[in-house]
Design a protein around this ligand. Structure first.
Ligand code: PMV
Length: 323
């Protein structure tokens, strides 16, 4: 009997964002999305079978806060209710990057948990099924099951497809972590606020579908300029939809805007890089692999940038130890 599984997954940053859920379906995105998995950032999760009537959950070496513990337990219940696993577990998950800060920690967190739980499953679970299961934990986690550039299409029960494996991707990302308070409104709640209270929500859905289609063809042609332009515009459209909500949803801090403006200035001066922002204040810069060091150096001079993480494309979620 398996007693202990260690799983590893990398977070992904969307170039065409998922923002909004289809009501009445099980955690199904209302927009199709495309993302790049980041090798330098990772979640490592140890799952251990325990003789107890309760799961125990630790995040970054301390007991998980109430909300996270509830969400993770509910996810494990889903596996138990589907008769995929039996028993109780201690889950201990560690990230090497800021957690719950709008830096996609739920994508790698739920991908690592999903793949780790599959190590205890009583049957083999296919990759599309793993991706669908991960999506029920967190929409973006579906994409971290596979590495490289991945797409999550728009349909009632989507699973991720890989567009390009990590070694064929000539681009990478630099994460500019900015000084900010802890994230106030999680993405699930934020999406519902937009769906119900943003006058731009319907336009966002239409634009997101068009961006997805155009991004697929830009990736097929390895057209960096097109990919970057669509990614930056797509992120700004998502944030415009958030900002327009009543009450308004603002994730940015002054440094967020400073970085976006700097990236635009770099382009005006002939240096090509593009900015994207998730549901948080940090800015992630898409650049050509050979430019990532230059991008990191330039970011260092911008006021409010706290730390910088440079990354190439990362691989799929996997079990790294099993006993
Ligand atoms: O997976 P969730 O529920 O945390 O939502 C992800 C939302 C964004 O990160 C803003 C966009 C995306 O596609 O990853």
């Amino acid at each position: 009997m398996i007693i202990r599984v260690t799983a590893r997954a990398h977070p992904n940053i969307a170039l065409a964002k998922y923002w909004g859920k289809i009501p009445g379906l099980r955690n199904t995105p209302a927009t199709p999305s495309i993302s790049l998995t980041l090798q330098a950032l990772k979640t490592e999760t140890i799952i251990e079978r325990v003789d107890s009537n309760k799961d125990k959950i630790y995040l970054n070496d301390i007991p998980a806060d109430k909300d996270s513990a509830k969400r993770i337990s509910a996810y494990i219940d889903l596996w138990r209710n589907n008769k995929l696993i039996k028993g109780r577990f201690t889950i201990s998950s560690v990230n090497n990057f800021p957690t719950k800060a709008g830096l996609a920690s739920s994508s790698s967190g739920f991908a690592a948990l999903t793949v780790g739980l599959s190590g205890f499953a009583n049957r083999k679970i296919s990759l599309p099924k793993l991706s669908r299961l991960a999506r029920l934990g967190s929409g973006s986690a579906a994409r971290s099951i596979l590495g490289g550039l991945t797409a999550l299409p728009l349909n009632p029960d989507p699973a991720t497809k890989q567009l390009l494996p990590p070694d064929e991707i000539p681009w990478g990302m630099v994460v500019a972590v900015v000084k900010a308070d802890k994230k106030k409104i999680g993405s699930g709640k934020g999406m519902e606020i937009c769906r119900k209270h943003s006058p731009y929500y319907e336009s966002w859905l239409k634009q997101a579908a068009a961006d997805y289609k155009n991004m697929l063809s830009a990736i097929r042609n390895l057209d960096f300029t097109k990919v970057g332009e669509i990614a930056e515009a797509n992120a700004l459209a998502m944030h415009a939809c958030m900002i327009a909500a009543r009450p308004s949803l603002k994730y940015w801090s002054p440094a967020t805007i400073r970085i976006i403006q700097s990236v635009r200035r770099w382009r005006d001066n002939g240096f090509e890089a593009y900015a994207t922002i998730d549901a948080g204040p940090h800015v992630i810069i898409l650049g050509k692999k050979e430019d990532l060091t230059k991008i990191s150096r330039r970011l260092r001079h911008i006021e409010g940038v706290k730390s910088i993480i440079k990354s190439n494309a990362g691989g799929n979620a996997k079990i790294v130890r099993c006993k």
